[in-house]
Design a protein around this ligand. Structure first.
Ligand SMILES: NC(=O)C1=CN([C@@H]2O[C@H](COP(=O)(O)OP(=O)(O)OC[C@H]3O[C@@H](n4cnc5c(N)ncnc54)[C@H](O)[C@@H]3O)[C@@H](O)[C@H]2O)C=CC1
Ligand SMILES: O=C(O)[C@@H]1CCC=N1
Length: 266
């Protein structure tokens, strides 16, 4: 089995390590690098995976998964470039960064796959979109697909769509959490105890997501089925439309896309 090293074990890096372990990978087949020693010690204690330095990761790993913030990429690639073995596959999880940036800074011919995952990876429900760089083959894509299918669903997209994907599913969980937080507050406004409000909204979100995933029905059809003539829901929908919630979502997601493009320009 191939050895996978995660470079930068923060939120996404840890989610990937834990998901791969749940998916049956052995701790000995995984490595990570982490610039904060106390964070590294915590992860090794929690998962039994070794924290190593970049030279060790480059020497031992078949797949290097880059999971540092986009703003931290330069020193990572500068350290990696002279150490990289030609057969090593580089997988980038970084928002905005194009495969061409890696190809420019790493040795000629390095296979790179760009991925946009999301945090539901921690519960095995990630949505990951993958795109090949110039030197990545179908086999490289299959390796990444197999790896990420341990932690959720995987879709292949042209790299030109990755900034939109980042805005939609990369950041997407945050929009749902924001909505849930606001709806729980509404329960408080209406006088419900917080724990009751939380349970009502989280179970409703889970049920709605399951209906969307399992019935194959369009969201409009599902919403119409809740919206009775002269009933309660239509009054709420009128307020949502009056306050421009649909337009706000379109603008918000467009702004996230623009930021992803900007991050790619360095
Ligand atoms: N958090 C999210 O929802 C998502 C994040 N991403 C991408 O994943 C990447 C990581 O994001 P997060 O995990 O949220 O950030 P984070 O800040 O939690 O994790 C980054 C980790 O990298 C470490 N690090 C930085 N430079 C390093 C270096 N030179 N050597 C070793 N470790 C180093 C930091 O100490 C930190 O633990 C970003 O590029 C982000 O765009 C992608 C999809 C979703
Ligand atoms: O906010 C961010 O930049 C990262 C990328 C997608 C989700 N979180």
């Amino acid at each position: 089995m191939s050895v996978i090293a995660v470079l930068g074990a923060g939120k996404i890096g840890e989610a990937l390590l834990s998901g791969l372990l749940h998916g049956g990978r052995k701790p000995g087949d995984l490595l990570f690098t982490e610039r904060h020693p106390e964070r590294a010690a915590e992860l090794t204690a929690r998962y039994g995976v070794a924290g190593v330095d970049v030279p060790d990761a480059a020497r031992r790993a078949d797949v290097l998964v880059v999971a540092v913030k986009p703003q931290d990429i330069d020193p990572v690639l500068a350290e990696l470039a002279p150490l990289l073995r030609p057969e090593t596959l580089v997988v980038s999880l970084c928002a905005g960064l194009p495969t061409s940036l890696y190809e420019r800074k790493l040795p000629e011919g390095t296979p790179v796959v760009r991925v946009m995952p999301n945090t539901p990876m921690v519960v095995g429900e990630a949505m990951s979109a993958i795109s090949p760089g110039r030197h990545a083959t179908g086999e490289h894509l299959a390796v990444v697909e197999e790896l990420l299918s341990c932690v959720g669903a995987v879709v292949r997209v042209p790299e030109a769509q990755q900034d939109a994907v980042t805005a939609l599913s990369g950041s997407g969980p945050a929009y749902f959490f924001f909505l849930v937080e606001a709806m729980i507050d509404a329960g408080i406004l209406l006088g419900l105890p917080r724990n009751v409000s939380e349970q009502l909204i989280i179970q409703s979100a889970k049920g709605a997501a399951k209906m969307l995933a399992e019935t194959g029905e369009h969201p409009v059809t599902l919403r119409e089925a809740v919206t009775s003539p002269a009933g309660t829901t239509i009054n709420a929908i009128r307020e949502l439309e009056k306050h421009g919630v649909r337009a706000a979502l379109l603008a918000a997601i467009e702004a996230a896309r623009d930021r992803s493009v900007e991050l790619g320009k360095g």
